[in-house]
Design a protein around this ligand. Structure first.
Ligand code: EPU
Length: 419
């Protein structure tokens, strides 16, 4: 077990450079399975979710080597095997092996994926998509066998614009016979990153980044080189840190367009922030205005940033609100924030109000999930006294070198292993 210890109240100044996007990288790595060749991916974050995917690739017979921020995957020796439950449940993104193995071998056997406990997170849309392409899904408890004689392109309408289902259906459809059209597809930048990699491998995908994606099946995919886009959620988290306790804190290597919804909310709050082509400079300012947030698919406000932003809302003057429309259980951070001195009320399971400003005090808190953990680290950084964030394995799954990055700009923060 690991915990983070923070001595709050330090000013953050200097530069934080943003790593490659977790939610892109976790799809780009399994995509390598679709070819029998060499795939090189640059700007891959060094996080434990990538370690788990590396283990899955090695289990299937791939040769994987990692340098500082790049990963080389040789899939010549890969074999299609059932992926055991102890591997599948390590992370949510293990489900990308379903689409990738189905696309390549017309058969995939694995278990329900793991991931943060933020709601039910069903995979029915992934499975419905595979079935539309002609696959049969056999469910035995937690185990899924998805098998097809041939995969045939088809029109697929997603009831919800699911990121995972959109990517998984692309994986299954790239080598299908004929054309697949995904309507009501997710539009997240990570989808564009994945479609670009697949096209580099010889796929024919058009429309990624819009709600209609067209995939013309091809016979074979080959190796490719690709780069992971900057992590918009990591960027947003450190930008929020700058608004809380920064003094000219610079956040580099970002694509501001990918965080437009956050930037516009921060402007509404009257945060002291300058936005440049690929960086933001941000400082703490008193008298911030309250705002109302409603999470939505891209380009709406990302659910992954509502918990980190809630820490900043505790410092605004007046009543803010957060409405969570994507997950059923993404307010587990609020009880801990209240323990630290915040004044947050749950109106129902989907909506909270935050009355500010309130002084936060260091406490022992628990990272119940990845972004709840990020929220509590931010709270610890601006609280008086010592905060101990327990169960930070969740945080380390998604934020590369979080301790070093924060220390370098003046935070007093350490990671401790506890027995
Ligand atoms: N949904 C269904 N059926 C499905 C798939 C999704 O009902 O078959 C529902 C989900 O329950 C949820 C909504 O649709 O209510 C959206 O889920 P989506 O499939 O878009 O989420 P995901 O692909 O499982 C990815 C990220 C999440 C991020 C969401 C939304 C990965 C590995 N995870 O999840 O990241 O919150 O998209 O942007 O890419 C995080 O980084 O903290 C995180 C949770």
């Amino acid at each position: 077990m690991k915990q983070i210890i923070i001595e709050g109240g330090q000013t953050l100044t200097g530069t934080i450079s943003i790593s490659g996007a977790k939610n892109s990288a976790v799809a780009l790595v399994p995509a390598a399975v679709l070819c029998d060749d060499l795939v090189e991916i640059e700007n891959v974050p060094n996080i434990s979710d990538i370690d788990a995917l590396e283990e899955m690739l090695q289990y299937l017979g791939a040769t994987v080597s990692r340098q500082t921020s790049s990963i080389h995957i040789d899939t010549h020796q890969i074999e299609n095997k059932e992926i055991p439950e102890n591997i599948s449940k390590k992370l949510r993104a293990s489900y990308y092996f379903m689409g990738a193995l189905l696309g390549k071998y017309k058969k995939a056997t694995m278990y329900f994926p793991g991931g943060c406990p933020i709601g039910a997170r069903p995979i029915n849309l992934h499975l419905k998509g595979f079935e539309s392409l002609g696959a049969k899904v056999i469910e035995e408890g937690n185990k899924y066998t998805i098998v097809a004689e041939t995969l045939k392109g088809a029109p697929i309408y997603l009831d919800t614009p699911s990121v995972g289902a959109t990517i998984n259906i692309m994986f299954a459809a790239v080598k299908a016979l004929g054309t697949t059209v995904i309507e009501n597809a997710a539009k997240e930048p990570e989808i564009v990153n994945v479609a670009t990699m697949l096209n580099n491998m010889g796929a024919r995908i058009r429309g990624a980044g819009t709600s209609k994606i067209t995939i013309h099946g091809v016979e074979k995919l080959h190796g490719a080189y690709t780069e992971v886009i900057p992590d918009r959620i990591e960027a947003g988290t450190y930008i929020i840190a700058g608004a809380l306790i920064g003094k000219n804190l610079e956040i580099h290597n970002i694509i501001p367009k990918h965080i437009e919804s956050l930037i516009s909310k921060l402007k509404e709050m009257q945060v002291d922030m300058k936005v440049f082509a690929d960086r933001v400079v941000i400082s703490k300012k008193d008298g911030l205005k309250p705002v109302h947030i409603k999470t939505l698919g891209y380009p709406g406000f990302p659910t992954d940033l509502q918990q980190p932003l809630t820490t900043l809302l505790t410092q605004c003057h007046g009543i803010s609100s957060v409405e969570e429309t994507i997950y059923e259980n993404r307010f587990l951070n609020t009880n801990y924030l209240n323990d630290m001195g915040a004044d947050i009320t749950a109106l129902d399971t989907e909506k909270i109000t935050i009355k500010g400003p309130t002084k936060l005090k260091g406490k022992e808190v628990v990272a119940t999930d990845l972004r709840a953990g990020a929220c509590l680290v931010l709270a610890g950084l601006c609280a008086d006294g010592i905060t101990i964030v327990k169960d930070v394995e969740h945080v380390l799954r998604g934020y590369e070198n979080i301790i070093e990055k924060l220390r370098q700009v003046g935070a007093k923060i350490t990671l401790e292993e506890i027995k």
